[in-house]
Write a protein that binds this ligand. Structure first.
Ligand code: FAD
Length: 390
């Protein structure tokens, strides 16, 4: 494992750092700034930011130049993640499209799909949602019941999706749909790319415990999708879905570490302010979190090295998911323990506003669920890494 970056990569870091310093509004660097905005305000500001960043050549760092990317190395993407987090830049609004769908289209899309979808996605003109989960099919993705029936050269889609991130802002949704009547489990499924702006698609927000509605339910009632908007072969949706999900792997751990470490420092500052920094139990808790975060950092560097060397991470990505999600959750549990009962009040003292901390604390509860729950990740590690029986 080589922990140094090349001269070209360091030059990229400087270029990006300078651009970020000149373009990030000062108020964004105030902790918890984004939590003070409504869903709409936050979304629009982030969308506008993305467009500016793309115009400056700082999007699609690892994408080939022919698709509008920068043709960079995995290390450059890691530098990008690190520097954008450091500069308090917001996360992309088109995360599902950019992370999952774009590389899948580059790998198996038709020439028409490549030409029509990738550019507008990169410029955030078209926001993508992921329609995999259903009320009866979350971890068990093969249980999807949404149906697609061929009618001329269009599929007619009926069914329901749930927990759809960006449901209220989405322009298009990539879905897993049962296109072979009577088929079971992973057979007879197709990945359809559906236009959400049509009468047969209704998105309803779901209220989270934080008060926000980052996700919602999507109902399809005779929604129509041209047959050419199937990604991968018809009936091979399971294979397409597995390829798409494999793009969750990668080098983003470096950025995650940087973000979590900043939050850790903020929690330590609050512990001092609340006079809890001398408490031996609180100190032990914070020390344990720091050790966990440093393990995450070295794991992220290990993964980055693997990706740089072109190795397939395989089931190791489940270990990564477990590690970062549980380290993040432990960090926010430490916040609750260290601050004690006062952690539950958004304004425990006249000069203290803990609401931005609460937003992170609430969000941390979800990370061991989405992208594959911890229990399911542990099953994968048990069976495929350790070779234990089912
Ligand atoms: C913030 C957030 C955003 C999301 N965004 C999206 C999105 O954009 N698009 C989308 O399609 N989905 C999205 N999801 C849904 C997410 O992928 C599912 O919640 C997840 O896959 C779990 O499915 P489920 O909720 O149906 O729970 P279930 O699958 O019903 O699981 C319930 C419990 O049983 C456990 N369990 C299930 N099967 C097993 C097993 N075989 N072995 C051991 N334990 C098991 C699970 O770990 C869990 O604890 C999002 C979820 C959240 C929380």
């Amino acid at each position: 494992m080589d922990l140094t970056y090349t001269a070209e990569e360091e030059q990229f870091r400087q270029e990006l750092r300078t651009w970020l310093a000149e373009n990030i509004p000062t108020e964004w660097t105030v902790p918890g700034y984004w939590a003070t905005l409504s869903d709409e305000e936050s979304f629009e500001k982030r969308r506008e930011w993305e467009a500016r960043k793309t115009a400056a050549g700082f999007s699609g760092i690892q994408w080939p130049v022919e698709y509008g990317g920068r043709g960079g190395t995995p290390a450059m993407k890691a530098i990008y993640d690190e520097e954008t987090v450091r500069a308090h830049a917001p996360q992309t609004v088109n995360v599902l499209g950019l992370t999952f769908l774009a590389p899948t289209i580059m790998a198996i899309g038709t020439e028409e799909q490549k030409a029509e979808i990738i550019g507008p996605m990169l410029r955030n003109e078209v926001i993508w949602c992921q329609g995999f989960s259903e009320p009866g099919a979350g971890s068990d993705l093969a249980a999807v019941a949404t149906r697609g029936v061929l009618d001329g050269d269009e599929y007619v889609v009926n069914g329901q999706k749930i927990w759809t991130t960006n449901a209220m802002h989405g322009d298009k949704i990539f879905t897993i749909v049962r296109t072979e009547a009577g088929s079971e489990k992973h057979k007879g499924l197709s990945m359809l790319l559906i236009d959400m702006d049509q009468p047969g698609v209704e998105a309803r927000p779901l209220k989270q415990m934080s008060g926000a509605s980052e996700f919602g339910e999507v109902f399809f009632t005779d929604a129509r999708v041209p047959a050419k908007d199937c990604l991968g072969e018809i009936g091979q949706g399971w294979r397409t879905a597995m390829l798409l999900l494999s793009f969750e792997r990668g080098a983003s751990g470096v950025g995650q570490y940087t973000e979590f470490r900043r939050q850790y420092d903020e929690i330590v500052a609050e512990a001092k302010r609340f006079g809890r920094a001398e408490d031996p139990v609180a100190r032990q808790e914070l020390a344990r979190c720091l050790v966990e975060l440093e393990c995450l950092r070295y794991h992220a560097m290990h993964i980055l090295t693997q990706v740089e060397q072109g190795r397939d991470l395989g089931s190791e990505s489940s270990m990564t998911k477990l590690q970062w999600s549980e380290a993040f959750q432990d960090l926010w549990e430490a916040f609750e323990h260290v601050l004690g009962p006062e952690a539950t009040l958004s304004a425990p003292r006249p000069d203290v506003d803990l609401s931005p901390f609460h937003a992170q604390d609430h969000w941390s509860r979800s990370v061991t669920i989405w992208g594959g729950s911890s229990q399911v990740q542990r099953n994968i590690v048990a069976e495929r890494v350790l070779g234990l029986p089912r």
